[in-house]
Design a protein around this ligand. Structure first.
Ligand code: NDP
Length: 422
């Protein structure tokens, strides 16, 4: 008998396979299988007014090849078809040498803004002339990050609109995303500056436009490997490039192009305990950095007629801090990923974004997006209509043949099925 594919196994069989392959320990697999909720003590102390817990399925994208290393990538996501698409893209990319990533800098930026200063030019000059003092203030504000080899790296004062004095602080937050580290340093510097210069202190906080934490991922695909039963690989590649070009001149398309990228990125960001609101804010501000909202990735021909995809986006993710050390599943997910540091994690996440984009564009320009979605969409509708696991096997083929795939059809067909099975 043919060996079933990973997605055809039951959840327990999938966990057993991951243990067998050495990706998960038995303890971690048992912990995932038990799916225990957080204790009231943890949940109640994490947020205010806690009244319950919210469930999101956790899945895995297998064998994503990034910088010649193979990763099992955890996805926390409620949307059907995202993992299937990423798996498909991971497989194709693997056959073509995988993803290559680079991150030039990994710094967080904070802003300290003052107004109503008597002499903006003199105030700016004071900042430039008193860097040593301000660096000492930053060190004293957060000594432990300095001990870890991080802390304030650069102060850039700018006059904005002849009204504001902005200090941009570049801070190395090491393995943490660093929002709290940055905010602590910003506030200390803000008070020191205001004490000296007067004026009104408007705000001192990090910016989520983490443009000093940009990651680039790329993949090169032999168009022949894209060939389907009905379309030549070269035709698919040509159309993917054209669709990518279109996103550069049509904001409506760029938004959806980027949403597809974020399908995978948010899922890994969430699974690894990172702040997805921060990542979303950063990514979209980066997409709009030149004024017009742009796609985060693009596709082109190389000189030797290969299809090359490239994504560039800020990914200030952390391995420690926030809820990362608190949530047991996040710890398991880090072990499943076998990721060593924040830079490596950011590279994997960028590759996931490009993989997701690859799968979406390929589907769009060949079969259309709905074909692959239909079966999963039908499953969601059937579950929402109340179908049991046993009923699903009978209901799904009927639903997929129906003229209108919607809730009413699912409810009606389920009722018919139950009447017949009585
Ligand atoms: P934390 O405040 O938890 O700080 C991380 C801590 O981890 C450090 O202070 C450090 O403490 C410790 N640590 C241990 N090992 C390391 C290491 N190798 N490198 C760096 N730090 C290490 O988290 P963050 O500062 O990262 O802030 C992230 C949180 O802030 C998230 O929960 C986010 O949602 C939230 N947030 C986000 C905002 C935004 O995005 N706009 C605004 C405000 C908050 P020590 O050195 O003392 O051991």
């Amino acid at each position: 008998m043919k060996k079933p594919k990973f997605y055809q196994l039951t959840k327990d069989e999938r966990l057993a396979t991951l243990v067998e392959q050495g990706h998960l320990s038995q303890t971690d697999a048992d912990c995932l299988a038990a799916a225990e909720p957080l204790s009231d003590e943890i949940a109640g102390n994490m947020i205010e007014n806690q009244i319950g817990q919210y469930q999101v399925p956790l899945g895995v994208v297998q064998d994503l090849l990034v910088n010649q290393q193979v990763y099992q990538v955890p996805f926390a996501i409620e949307e059907p078809s995202v993992i299937a698409a990423a798996n498909n893209a991971a497989k194709m990319a693997r056959a073509n040498g995988g993803f290559v990533t680079e991150q030039l800098t990994r710094l967080m930026t904070g802003e300290v803004v003052l107004e109503k200063l008597v002499d903006l030019v003199a105030a700016k000059a004071w900042i430039s002339g008193n860097n040593d003092h301000l660096f000492e203030v930053a060190r004293a504000a957060h000594p432990s990050i300095v001990k870890r080899g991080g802390g304030l790296q650069k102060i850039t004062p700018t006059i904005i609109d002849d009204r504001f004095l902005k200090l941009e602080l570049q801070i190395d937050t090491k393995e943490a995303m660093g929002a709290n580290i940055v905010n602590t340093i910003c506030e200390a510097i803000a008070h020191a500056v205001q004490e000296q210069l007067g004026g009104t202190l408007l705000l001192s906080v990090l910016t989520n436009a983490a443009f000093e934490s940009v990651v680039i991922a790329s993949v090169t695909i032999d168009p022949a490997t894209l060939t389907t039963a009905t379309l030549a690989g070269k035709t698919i590649a040509e159309k993917m490039i054209a669709a990518s070009d279109f996103a550069k001149v049509d904001v409506a398309r760029a938004a959806t192009h980027n949403k597809g990228i974020m399908n995978g990125i948010d899922a890994v960001v969430l699974a690894t305990g990172n702040d997805w609101r921060a990542i979303e804010a950063g990514v979209h501000s980066y997409a709009a950095k030149k004024g017009a909202y742009q796609p985060l990735s693009s596709w082109e021909w190389t000189t030797d007629q290969q299809l090359r995809g490239r994504i560039e986006l800020p990914l200030p993710v952390g391995m420690v801090g926030g809820s990362i050390g608190i949530l047991p599943t996040v710890q398991i997910n880090q072990r499943l990923l076998k990721v060593q540091n924040a830079r490596e994690l950011a590279g994997i996440i960028a590759a996931v974004g490009l993989a997701q984009n690859f799968a979406a564009l390929k589907a769009l320009v060949s079969d259309g997006i709905q074909k692959g979605h239909m079966a999963l969409q039908a499953k969601s509708l059937a579950i929402a209509a109340g179908a049991t696991e046993t009923e699903l096997t009978q209901l799904l083929p009927l639903l997929l043949k129906a003229t209108h795939l919607n809730t009413a059809t699912a409810t009606e067909l389920l009722a018919q099925l139950r009447a017949e099975n009585k």
